[in-house]
Write a protein that binds this ligand. Structure first.
Ligand code: ZN
Length: 379
């Protein structure tokens, strides 16, 4: 695909890694002929929440990223998009058409306080995606006010999902989507059909790049969630969930797939646009399952003749302005068939975790080695 060859050289923005705060994006927020900084909202701790405007067309799109502070992959992707839109070398016909037909209102970081703390919730420990109705927080009120002011035709709700999600294809859910429900009966309303059309088009594009790694989320209705609320107000809304790609804990590959998906929604990158798809194909996209762990140790001897497996999940911890991935024991001999991003066969040996023979759930792993030889096991 032509765009893939051009992405790394032309469009990848300066943002890197998982820890992305307002201080990281601020230098990239500059007025340009194609990007206008419309205004700033204010977070609970007084940080700026920029609202950008791109294009002047009649079709209005409202997109927001990092509503959950520790979900930065889609923020990297929207800055890749800004870099793409500002360059004047390639895809100019497509870009000019997009700018002419659409107005994109973009909030690249809705929760700058949570971003700084690397937490899902905001500074008051409120999940902004459960505050859509009550609007108790400044960030939620800002998004709601922009929604009311803009009256968008389409909303994009941009998130990350954890590495525990996989699909019945036995692949990780690298990108998942949802057309949120508009009511508790989860009926397929006209707004949902439109969102599904877009998702089917994005899936058709992504299947070429990440076959069997695209999923869809559970559509249980919750009116406190922003996507559900906006859909119930008859505005097609698409939830994006950037997930795990093999060996990509920094999510530098997944950001690329989100970037391509955005270009598809914006009609810039095909094979299909939403108007060319049939919405019911949405239901053929496999549902997300919690069927993955980060690391699975197999054939661990705990007593003579007794062997177990150990499921390990990374905990993401902010330390010195970057994210440490601390392995934590989550399950011993998981009963359900559990897949893993990495499998290590211990070969029926005994091991020492933090110099101990006993193995406890929820323990953080600082050192791990074979008991007999003392040889370190690299996770
Ligand atoms: Zn989220």
């Amino acid at each position: 695909m032509e765009i893939v060859n051009q992405y790394l050289t032309h469009f990848k923005s300066a943002l890197k890694g998982r820890y992305i705060t307002f201080e990281h994006i601020e230098p990239l927020l500059k007025k340009s002929p194609r990007v206008e900084i419309l205004k700033y909202g204010v977070s609970e701790k007084g940080k700026n929440i920029p609202l950008l405007k791109i294009g002047n067309g009649p079709h209005k799109i409202l997109a927001w990223s990092q509503m959950h502070g520790n979900e930065s992959t889609t923020t990297k992707a929207v800055f890749d998009f800004l870099k793409f839109i500002e360059q004047e070398k390639v895809y100019q016909n497509e870009i000019l058409k997009f700018l002419d037909q659409n107005t994109l209102f973009l909030i690249p970081m809705l929760n700058p306080d949570g971003a700084e703390l690397y937490t899902r919730n905001n500074a008051n420990n409120i999940d902004l995606n459960r505050d859509a109705k009550q609007l108790t927080q400044k960030e939620s009120s800002f998004l709601d006010a922009v929604f009311t002011e803009v009256t968008p035709d389409l909303c994009l709700n941009l998130h990350d999902q954890r590495t525990i999600y996989g699909l019945n294809t036995n692949k990780p859910a690298t990108v998942s989507f949802l057309s949120p429900a508009a009511n508790s009966s989860r009926s397929v309303t006209p707004a949902r059909k439109k969102a599904m059309n877009y998702i089917v088009a994005m899936n058709n594009l992504l299947q070429d790049l990440i076959p069997d790694q695209v999923g869809r989320y559970d559509d249980t209705f919750n009116s406190n969630c922003v996507g559900d609320r906006f859909t119930s107000l008859r505005v097609p809304t698409i939830l994006f969930e950037a997930g795990h790609y093999p060996d990509d804990y920094q999510r530098e590959k997944t950001r690329e797939f989100i970037f391509y998906a955005l270009l598809n929604v914006f009609g810039i990158l095909k094979p299909d646009t939403a108007s060319q798809t049939s919405y019911d194909e949405y239901f053929n996209i496999p549902e997300n399952k919690k069927n993955y762990c980060d690391i699975l140790l197999q054939n661990v001897q705990v007593k003579p003749g007794v062997y177990i497996s150990i499921a390990i999940q990374y905990e993401e911890v902010l330390s010195e302005k970057s994210i440490d991935f601390i392995p934590v024991i989550k399950e011993l001999s998981p009963k359900e068939h559990l897949l893993a991003h990495k499998i290590i066969d211990i070969g029926k040996e005994m091991i020492l975790i933090n110099s101990q023979e006993n193995i406890y759930i929820d323990d953080k792993i600082y050192t791990i080695c074979y008991k007999n030889t003392g040889k370190e096991i690299i996770l």
